[in-house]
Each structure stands twice: as C-alpha cells, then as structure tokens.
Design a binder for this molecule. Structure first.
Ligand code: PLP
Length: 404
C-alpha cells in the first residue's frame, strides 16, 4: 500500500478543484481592531484590515473581557486541571452557566469546549435516548449538527432550507407515535437569511416534536440582551434546546446549550463529548462571562454593527457589486467560481491590505463560491469606501460580471 501516494492524491484533488485551503497568518492589533498584521510573504508583517472575523462586535478586544481574563489568570492560573466531574468544575463555569440559562430564559445551561462540540454531543445524545426518534434537519444545517445527527444513529429526514411546507409534509408522513426532533439554525451565516422560527414551533406543537435551535451566529447579536433571534422574536420559551457559541459575537471561545433542567441533566450525564474532556480554561470562562454580562446590558455594539452592515450593503449595491440579499449582519458577495474567489481574495490581500477569506465547497454548494464580509462596529466609512473601490477595480480587471 502506497500511503504517501494516496494522501498526496487527496490533496491534489483539492488543488485541481481550486479549493485547497490556505490559512492566512495574522495577528490582530489589540485595541484597534479591525487593524491587524499579516505574516504572508517575506517582507515582514504588513498592516491589513480584517473583513471576515466572526468576532462580530470586537468583544475579543473589549477592556472588560480582557480585564476579566487577566484577573482570572492571576487568581487561579492557566488551565482547569480536569474534566467537569473530576476537579475541573470551577466556580467560573457554574456562574457562566447560570448567566447563559438566564440569557435564554431556561432552567439550565451546559458549557462545552466549542459550539461544534455542543452541537455534536447534544444532538447525538438527546436523540439516542429517545427510542425510535426521527430527526428532521434543515438541508443547510452546520456540519456539527450533521455530525451529531449521524452519531445519534436515528432516522434522519432532510427538509428544504427554511421550507415550512416541506417540513410539514415530512412530519405528517412520519409515524405519529415516534418521538421527533426538529433541528435548525436561526441565522444561516453563509446565506445570511433567518429561519421561520415561529412557524417551525407551530409545527412542533402540532406534531408533538421537540425543537433544537442553533443560534451560533445570533447570540450576542440580536435581542435586547443578546439572546439571539429567539429573544428578538419573543420565542425562546417555545424552543426545547437553544445552542450557542462563546467564540463569535462573545469574542472568546466555547459553546453551550440551554434547556430545561432534566434535559441539561441528561446531556451532562450521558454525552461523551461533555464528560470525557478537560473543561474550558477558567480564563476563557471568565472572559466569556464578562462578555455575556456586558452584552446583556449594552446594545451599543449591536447597533453599531447593524449600522456598519447596512452601510456596506448599500455601498456594494450602489457600485453594482453582486451583494447577496441579506436581512442579517453578514454581507456575502457572490463570485460563483472557486478559482476566481480565491484570486480576488489574494489580490485584495497582496495589493490592498484587505483580508477576506474565500468561501468554497463544502461550506457552500459548488458554483456559489463567495466572499463573506463581516463589517463590525469599528469598521469606518473610509475603510468601506476603500474596500468598495478595490472590489470594483478587481471585478473589472478580472472581467467578472457586475450585478444587472
Ligand atoms: N454552528 C454553526 C452554525 C456554525 O457556523 C459554527 C461555526 O462556525 C458552529 C456551530 C461551531 O461553533 P464553534 O466555532 O464555537 O465551534
């Protein structure tokens, strides 16, 4: 067996399709985000502007967050030293879970080392515990939800993206006696659209299903206290499980689920991805705690971000750039070809000091490759004007079609 050849061929296939991933080597400048430095090439770190961070509100740079992390580091040291069951259940963890349960109006919450793990571990565990459970999953659900659903071993039914009628068709055709779980996201981050949460909850009531909502791209961002779209629409109480991350709008790291006490107890007691792993470092939990508390009380960051997103969408549209329809904080620009998307991104970085990552298959379907901009409250109007001008120049140089 020529292992080397097989591995090399696997990588060659990615190059041939133009979707080999190159990680851009950067350091953010604390206190002046979105400014950062890039270590690509040989002429030393060069200044860049970051346009694709999921630290949507720059909370990773917030003085309260950094202060809390510094204090935790000095008071209790670096790591937690154990799993939650064996020595790693620090008071920071307990406090943050209470804060997150309150954020979503639930009886309890449970922390994981990432949003990915929270989805995988919870979906696999909850569904496995329900005998004969059928999972109804939106076709655009995140890879971590798909992994969890697969690991549950349950029957899976895929409904068309955000399609209430199709979901109902599938629910109506299923065995009325079977337990059912409907799994979906609120904000789909690649298409920048929002699920019809109320209608999905109505169907859950009608067909006696439980619901699982991934609010990863919405927590911190929407709702008066940052509880996500479910808070904004007054629907949190109708959802069985709400899942979120601490790594995007909250600017730190980690994931969680919030639900009734008994469900939290089941996940805590049965999910291998929760049980058999060292708990989050207290310093991370302290930072997340400060961030969640801050965004519960302050909407300044959310409002600034929404204003930036609206401004950038308007500028792109006015310049004739193919900005995709978006009712959210994300601004995707369609390119439709993996090689061109990578080339635009390379030129932006090399010639304009603009960093935006191309998004390729499997993150998005083939033929819909795009650039995904995430303007934050600290992106200035001048930065937006420069970015728009650069894109118009590159679009013309590469003879990419402008919007009709
Ligand atoms: N769910 C969705 C919809 C995501 O987009 C992501 C990450 O990009 C995750 C879950 C995983 O979250 P985390 O980055 O905290 O692992």
């Amino acid at each position: 067996m020529d292992y080397q050849r097989i591995f090399t061929q696997a990588i060659d296939r990615l190059h041939a399709e133009g979707r080999y991933r190159v990680f851009i080597d950067i350091l953010r400048d604390k206190g002046s985000f979105p400014n950062a430095h890039c270590f690509a090439g040989h002429n030393g770190p060069k200044p860049i502007t970051v346009w694709c961070s999921n630290d949507y509100l720059s909370m990773g740079q917030h003085p309260d967050v950094i202060g809390a992390m510094e204090q935790a580091l000095h008071e209790v040291g670096a790591g937690s030293g154990g799993t939650r069951n064996i020595g790693g259940n620090t008071h920071y963890h307990v406090e943050l879970e209470a804060e997150l349960a309150d954020l979503h109006g639930k009886e309890g919450a449970l922390l994981f080392t990432s949003g990915y793990v929270s989805n995988e571990a919870t979906l696999a565990t909850i569904a496995r515990i329900l005998p004969g459970c059928i999972i109804f999953s939106d076709e655009l659900n995140h890879a971590s939800m798909i992994a969890g659903i697969r690991h549950s071993g349950c029957e899976k039914q895929i409904f068309r993206h955000n399609d209430v009628a199709h979901l109902e068709e599938l629910l109506a055709a299923a065995d009325p006696a079977a337990p059912k779980l409907i799994a979906f996201e609120s904000v789909y981050s690649m298409d920048a659209d929002i699920a019809p949460i109320a209608e999905f909850c109505d169907l859950a009531d009608k067909y006696n299903a439980i619901t699982y909502l991934d609010e990863v791209h919405a927590v911190g961002m929407y709702g008066a206290r940052g509880g996500g779209i479910s808070e904004r629409e007054g629907l949190a109480h109708r959802l069985t499980i709400i899942e979120g991350t601490l790594g995007k709008a909250f600017g730190v790291m980690g994931g969680y689920v919030a639900a009734d006490k008994v469900i939290i107890d089941v996940i805590r007691s049965y999910a291998p991805g929760f049980i058999f792993t060292t708990s989050l470092a207290p310093v991370l939990v302290a930072g997340a705690l400060a961030s969640v508390r801050h965004l519960k009380a302050s909407s300044v960051e959310r409002e600034g971000q929404q204003a930036s997103a609206a401004k950038l969408k308007a500028m792109f549209a006015e310049a004739g750039l193919p900005v995709m329809p978006s009712t959210t904080h994300i601004v995707p620009l369609m390119v439709g070809d993996p090689v061109k998307a990578k080339r635009v991104s390379d030129i932006l970085l090399a010639e304009y000091g603009v960093y935006v990552q191309p998004i390729n298959f499997p993150t998005v379907p083939r033929g819909t490759e795009r650039l995904r901009f995430t303007p934050g409250p600290t992106h200035s109007e001048e930065m937006m004007r420069e970015l728009t001008a650069a894109l118009v120049e590159i679009w013309s140089r590469m003879e990419i079609q402008l919007a009709a």
